[in-house]
Ligand binder design. Structure first.
Ligand SMILES: CC(C)(COP(=O)(O)OP(=O)(O)OC[C@H]1O[C@@H](n2cnc3c(N)ncnc32)[C@H](O)[C@@H]1OP(=O)(O)O)[C@@H](O)C(=O)NCCC(=O)NCCS
Length: 227
């Protein structure tokens, strides 16, 4: 009875894995599926990007034309894959910040770091290696911009994006598990931030440490664990 009452509380559990990759480690280019081309998006693409995201089920990437224009103005990068006029894939990249604001997690980036933010393949283009090809193209794009380390947050159950990132040479270097009070807005109550020691040999890959991660609300527990 008591447990049932507890389970009815508006508390959700959220887990995020941190992935990281050095840009000076070698990688191979991967061809996109036939008929699809990959390029860097520009402000002129804003209406098409907004339209593509409006149709997406991926909440984090839904932005209007003004939001898209603001992202470009703030210096964010965007890679796009097209099949003729159709947007088949898009992904945003941030260069100053890897925060998950919705979950109250703040992570400023250093000047030579990047964060792969929203990644989205249109459903009819999934499972053909498109995200894998863009992940490789993104490495070239980031390296050419002088980036030394790229990070991403992924949900532990999102096998497709984990496979894509691992194939592109990313490693899981940490995690954040949260208990969040959700009534309308979200208020984290407990944040467990874990750095995985496999990355310890290379401190540049560490993201989930007290020096880097700030949680806006709730109790924060920082831990380390072996790989
Ligand atoms: C994640 C995403 C971008 C991958 O795009 P994609 O073009 O289909 O990716 P690829 O074809 O390059 O590779 C997908 C891999 O996941 C695998 N995969 C696909 N669906 C899967 C599933 N339900 N369970 C397990 N593996 C799955 C594929 O088999 C492939 O791996 P493999 O080549 O080793 O077999 C796409 O699924 C997507 O847009 N999802 C919704 C948005 C999202 O989750 N974005 C990431 C948020 S961080």
């Amino acid at each position: 009875m008591q447990w049932r009452a507890i389970l009815r509380l508006p508390i959700i559990r959220v887990a995020s894995l941190a992935c990281a990759r050095r840009l000076d480690a070698p990688f191979e280019e991967v061809s996109p599926p036939p008929g699809v081309t990959i390029r860097v998006a520009t402000t002129g693409d804003a209406p098409r990007l907004a339209a593509a995201m409006a149709g997406s089920e991926f909440r984090g990437s839904r932005l209007g034309v003004d939001d898209v224009a603001r992202r470009f103005a703030s210096g964010d990068g965007c890679l796009i894959a097209e099949a003729g006029e159709q947007v088949a894939y898009l992904s945003w990249i941030k260069f100053t910040d890897a925060s998950m604001r919705r979950n109250g997690v703040e992570v400023p980036l250093r000047p030579d770091e990047a964060y792969i933010d929203a990644v989205f393949a249109m459903p009819s283009y999934r499972g053909q290696g498109l995200a894998t090809a863009v992940a490789a193209a993104r490495l070239t794009y980031l390296r050419d911009r002088g980036v030394k380390v790229a990070f991403g947050w992924v949900a532990p159950h999102n096998t497709p994006i984990i496979r894509v990132l691992q194939r592109a040479g990313y490693r899981i270097v940490g995690s954040i598990s949260q208990l969040i009070w959700q009534v309308g807005s979200r208020t984290p109550m407990l944040n467990v931030v874990v750095a995985i020691d496999s990355a310890g040999a290379d401190p540049s890959l560490q993201l989930c440490t007290p020096e880097r991660v700030r949680c806006r609300t709730g109790l924060v527990i920082y831990r380390r664990r072996p790989a």
